[in-house]
Write a protein of this length. Structure first.
Length: 397
């Protein structure tokens, strides 16, 4: 380089990338890697409940043919889509394999729908609080994210109507069953009103259902797609009911946007891992999956109950929490004047962790809120962890 040559600064990152926040859950996973820490922070399935023998047998079976190591179609393994479609239909939502596009986890499905449906500056509605990784995805898409608040444990449906009329959103994103982060579920009346609002105001619903099969009490509820078939796009995943390492999810599309989602999938990664899809299909049709899911549900129900039984002694007097019928999470609020983020440092010093609720809000945050996951540990370990949490709050005065 000659002395007269000047160095021109490189272009910066995109405005959309700059608007996305890092995930405190991911950061907490690194902070809690010490084996002595009992972490209620991550929504981690219990590894001892993975059906290692069944999953290993499924891979052994599909590896009898080299086809599972070859390139494949972007829409996904037909046998896998047939099985997922069969499960939807059995649950009361008639579905064909052609309605489904297999994705690399349902998280990719969120990204594909954002690519297919959003231009920078478009408005969308989300539940407030909202699944954190969805907020990241929508920020990267350049969306204007508008939160629909809760009143107690119920979504403010009047606010949904008002915001839809005011902003003309492209879609409303919801986790209607055992929501992350709150564990809340929209009842039938709420689902009917959400579906009706979508049809009257002309917006889509993105229905994210990774926890639907993790029900421990109460009666099953219909998919929003049964109530407004042309307006609802559904996401599903095997991460919570088989294993997250498979990274297998799907989008149940409507005919009008299916070609666009397929193109987005082609551009993203051509197709999801062929061997993982084939193994998942083999595992599902082997009959082992339903037995494993029964075992998972039984174990998680006991863990939920252990957490709910121990919370009165773990949280400060005046705290509140819900009692979810399923899923992986309990949502709690500390008494007036307390801050969950400030309390986390004290909790970590007592070798226990939770996730403060603030990052789950698109708008002004509830600083008193926190999320506790109950699936990772045995009931006894949960009781030990919550006793540590109680000691942490006691030490803070």
């Amino acid at each position: 380089m000659s002395p007269s040559t000047s160095i021109v600064a490189l272009p910066g990152r995109s405005a959309r990338a700059g608007s996305a926040k890092t995930s405190p859950v991911r950061e907490l996973l690194a902070l809690t890697e010490r084996p002595e820490v009992i972490s209620f922070a991550g929504g981690l399935p219990a590894p001892e409940l993975f059906d290692l023998d069944g999953i290993r047998a499924a891979y052994d079976e599909v590896l009898r043919t080299p086809a599972v190591l070859q390139y494949s179609t972007s829409e996904g393994n037909h046998a896998l889509r047939e099985e997922v479609a069969r499960q939807y239909t059995a649950d009361g939502l008639p579905t064909a394999a052609s309605d489904l596009i297999v994705t690399t986890g349902s998280q990719q499905g969120l990204g594909l729908l954002s690519t297919a449906l959003l231009d920078p500056g478009d408005a969308i509605l989300v539940e407030e609080p909202c699944y954190l990784a969805a907020l990241q995805t929508f920020a990267l898409a350049g969306a204007r994210v508008i939160g629909v608040p809760y009143t107690g444990d119920e979504l403010d449906l009047d606010a949904l109507e008002r915001l839809a009329a005011e902003h003309g959103p492209r879609f409303f994103y919801t986790v209607p069953t055992f929501q992350n982060p709150t564990g809340r579920t929209h009842d039938l009346a709420a689902r009917e009103r959400i579906a009706d609002a979508a049809q009257r105001h002309g917006f889509r619903i993105v229905e994210d259902e990774p926890y639907r099969q993790l029900r421990y009490s109460g009666a099953p509820l219909p998919s929003l797609a049964t109530l407004a078939p042309d307006h609802v796009l559904s996401l599903g995943s095997f991460s919570k009911v088989i294993a997250p390492g498979l990274r297998i999810g799907w989008v149940r599309t409507t005919a009008d946007i299916r070609p666009t989602v397929t193109i987005a999938k082609q551009a993203a990664d051509l197709h999801t891992s062929t061997i993982d899809q084939a193994a998942a299909a083999q595992y599902l049709t082997s009959g082992r999956a339903s037995h494993a899911l029964d075992r998972i549900r039984g174990a998680y129900a006991a863990r939920r109950d252990a957490m709910l039984d121990a919370l009165p002694q773990a949280l400060p007097a005046g705290s509140e929490w819900n009692r979810p019928d399923g899923g992986m999470f309990v949502w709690a609020r500390l008494p007036e004047g307390m801050d969950a983020t400030a309390a986390l440092a004290t909790a970590l010093s007592h070798d226990v962790a939770f996730v403060p609720g603030s990052p789950f809000f698109a708008g002004p945050a509830d600083v008193r809120a926190l999320r506790l996951s109950f699936t990772t540990y045995s009931p006894e370990r949960i009781r030990i962890g919550l006793s540590r949490l109680g000691a942490a709050f006691s030490s803070a005065g």
